[in-house]
Design a binder for this molecule. Sequence first.
Ligand SMILES: CC(C)(COP(=O)(O)OP(=O)(O)OC[C@H]1O[C@@H](n2cnc3c(N)ncnc32)[C@H](O)[C@@H]1OP(=O)(O)O)[C@@H](O)C(=O)NCCC(=O)NCCS
Length: 174
Amino acid sequence: MTPDVPAVRRVVDPHPGAAAALGDLWIAVTEAGGAVDFVPGADPDQIRALAVETVGAVRSGAARMLVLGADTAPLGTIFLVPNTGIAAHRADVARLMVRPDLQGRGLGTLLLDAAVAHARETGLAMLTLGARGGTPLPAFYAARGFVEYGRLPDGVRLSAEDSREVHLFFLRLG
Ligand SMILES: CC(C)(COP(=O)(O)OP(=O)(O)OC[C@H]1O[C@@H](n2cnc3c(N)ncnc32)[C@H](O)[C@@H]1OP(=O)(O)O)[C@@H](O)C(=O)NCCC(=O)NCCS
């Protein structure tokens, strides 16, 4: 890690510009072929709307946001969405993304490690996530200790001709 890589920090009270900045990151990641809810060519307004919703969930306490850098100019993000009731011991990992020009330098691993550490420190017992099939992502999570427990066939449809399974993972923290 180079000295100018900022620390991963939790954002509890997002800046008013955080949703727009998350939207910019998400659009750039999507256009570079990233597998975060969309495919290249997606309507940027839809991505921006989901960024607003995502930051709203952080404000309401329904989601936790970890950011590398400022939340108004993130180098990367990761979110944890804790479950409720009898599933309150676990959280879903969502929207791990690193700025396209910075990918492949260890920042995604840094974000994932920080999310795992945060989950552990706050008493969560398990993390779950889904990774798009046909990408390097299932191998990325498997190499970082996540265990694949199944695959959802036809879990995402990238186009009328391209449907992918979603690889389902968990990580025990206890
Ligand atoms: C997936 C992602 C977060 C990984 O972060 P990163 O900083 O690029 O990854 P790191 O440098 O920490 O680690 C490199 C590993 O990521 C994998 N990887 C996945 N997508 C990659 C990409 N676009 N560029 C470089 N490495 C990628 C590499 O295969 C490598 O795996 P290995 O170390 O097990 O051999 C990042 O590439 C990204 O933002 N991708 C687009 C968004 C996305 O698809 N997110 C996943 C949502 S489930």
